[in-house]
Design a protein around this ligand. Sequence first.
Ligand code: GUN
Length: 292
Amino acid sequence: MATPRILDGKRCGDALKAEIARGATAVLKRRGRPPHLAAVLVGDDGASRTYVEAKVRACGTVGFRSSLIELPATISEQELIDKVKELNADAGLDGFIVQLPLPKHIDPDRVINTIDPRKDVDGFHPVNVGNMVLGLPGFLPATPSGICEMLKYYEVETAGRHCVVVGRSNIVGTPISILMSRNTYPGNCTVTLAHSRTKDLGSITRQADILVVAIGKPGFITGEMVKEGAVVVDVGIHRLPDTSRKSGFRLVGDVDATTVGPKSAAITPVPGGVGPMTITSLLLNTLRACAS
Ligand code: GUN
C-alpha cells in the first residue's frame, strides 16, 4: 500500500483560474465590460446558499462581475419562469444559473427549459445536453467538466481503461459517463454506469481503473470495494456532526477515505477535490459565453 497521489482541486483550479482571469481581461478590453454571471437562489436552503455564495465569490477572483438574485421559497413557478425570461433578455448578462434543488412546487425541468441555451452556463438545458452527447460545441455541465479538467491537469491516462461511475444523476453521473466514453482525451474509457439498483455493486466497482462516485451517501464506497491502484474521484460532500471540531462538523465524501485512500493510486480529497473544480468550470463556461 503506497501513499496515494492527491488530486488537489484547489491547485488545479487555481491554475485554470489564472487563465480565465487573463481571458476576462481580454473581454474587458474588447467590449468595455467584464464577463457577468448571475446566480438565482430560490428559498433559503443552507447548503444551496453556501454553494451559490462560493460561486459568486469566485467571480471576483477572476475579474468577473456577479449578481446574486435571491427569491423567496414561496415564489410561483410562473414568476420564476418570468424571471428567467428577463435574464435571457438582459444584454448585460453573459450567463446565469438557477441553483437546484428548487422548492417542491416548482418543476425544475420547466425552469431549465426556459433558459436560453446560449446563457445556460450550467449546461443543463436539453440543447446543451444534446450537444454534449453528440460531441458538438456547447456548455458542458460544471462538475463533469471539472473532473475532466482535473484528469487532464494530472495527466491521468484514460484510454482503454475501465471507468465505473456510481450514480446516474442528470448533473453528474450520466454526463460524466458520456464524457468518459467519448473518442477524445480524457475519454476512450470502457464505461460502466452503476446506480442504486445495481446488484453486487462491489463486484463492479472492484473492476474500476477509474472510479467516479456521485451517489450522495457519506462514506458509501469502502476499501474492499476498490481495486488496488485505482484512480478515485469523490464527488460527494456531506456535513457530519463532529463535537471534536470547533465548527461542530466535518466534511466527508461518498468515499470512505480512510479505507479507500491507501488502496488507490490517486484520490480527490473532500473538501478541496472536485468542489473547487466545479466552480472553476462554471467560470470557464461563463468566459466562453462571452465569445458567442
Ligand atoms: N445543485 C447542485 N449542483 C448544482 C450545479 O452544479 N448547478 C446548479 N444550478 N445547481 C446545483
